[in-house]
Design a protein around this ligand. Structure first.
Ligand code: ATP
Length: 243
């Protein structure tokens, strides 16, 4: 089985325009995500988690090394992305927001309704994003990402802007989607609870250049319950790594 996403000895630096200082965010960094695997990345602010995701998406280029994955290896694999903010087009209906993604992936826009049904928003298809709650808007973003039958799903703090209960519902929704249609994914999160609930592997990143300082495999079958004591125990260990 070929790997789904691979970073090989990647280097990435940024030079500040203010003081010309160069930050070596990654040096010789390697990471493999296997088919069907969801890998969570946790770590202190500024470690490089979003940069890593952007390199996989092809939004940033590594200075050295190679990234094989959606958007960057010429295979034109479909990429679904969910950001902290839903990033919807406010002048289009909810359905049209999903249709645009389908069209640009070369798929039938009629698939939008099924995608909206999957996230519990079938009745909102004709509404505009401005009349939806924050949680509903993020559901549309999830529908848009999953509608295109993505080869890789990249999630950059997808639920961190939501209140706790809404975030919990959305996590369970994501878990439900993942259980029904196993994907390959990377999840950047500041929430250890979210990481252990959703991921197959949790990587703790730290340092400059960034390194994986700890790795946890979450072998519990899905669907998982957020209150599962085993998850809570794992979560405590991840928190301890981050403190
Ligand atoms: N386009 C850029 N130009 C200059 N510096 C950048 C750029 N993108 C990221 N950086 C720097 O690279 C480092 C890593 O940033 P990144 O956003 O990847 O971290 P992060 O772990 O995702 O942080 P957070 O958890 O706060 O989102 C930071 O020091 C940041 O300032």
């Amino acid at each position: 089985m070929s790997t789904a996403v691979e970073l090989r000895r990647v280097g990435k630096s940024f030079t500040s325009t203010r003081d010309r200082r160069t930050e070596h965010v990654f040096e010789n960094f390697s990471l493999t995500v296997e088919p069907g695997e969801l890998v969570a990345l946790v770590g202190a602010s500024g470690t490089g988690k979003s940069t890593l995701l952007h390199m996989v998406a092809g939004l940033e280029r590594p200075d050295t090394g190679e990234v094989a994955g959606a958007g960057v290896d010429g295979a034109r694999r479909r990429l679904g992305m969910v950001f902290q903010q839903p990033r919807l087009l406010d002048w289009l209906s909810v359905r049209a927001n999903v249709e645009i993604a389908l069209r640009s992936a070369g798929l039938d826009p009629a698939l939008a309704d099924a995608a909206l049904r999957d996230v519990g928003l079938a009745e909102y298809a004709d509404k505009y994003p401005s009349v939806l709650s924050g949680g509903q808007r993020q559901r549309v973003a999830v529908a848009r990402a999953f509608a295109i039958d993505p080869a890789v799903v990249l999630l950059d703090e997808p639920f961190s802007a939501l209140d706790e209960l809404t975030g919990r519902r959305l996590r369970l929704l994501l878990q439900d989607l993942w259980t029904r249609q196993s994907r390959v994914g990377l999840l950047v999160t500041h929430s250890p609870a979210e990481a252990v609930l959703l991921a197959d592997r949790v990587l703790v990143l730290a340092g400059r250049p960034a390194r994986v300082v700890r790795e946890y495999r979450v072998d519990l079958p899905r669907p998982r319950a957020p209150e599962d004591p085993e998850l809570f125990d794992l979560q405590r260990r991840v928190v301890a790594d981050l403190l």
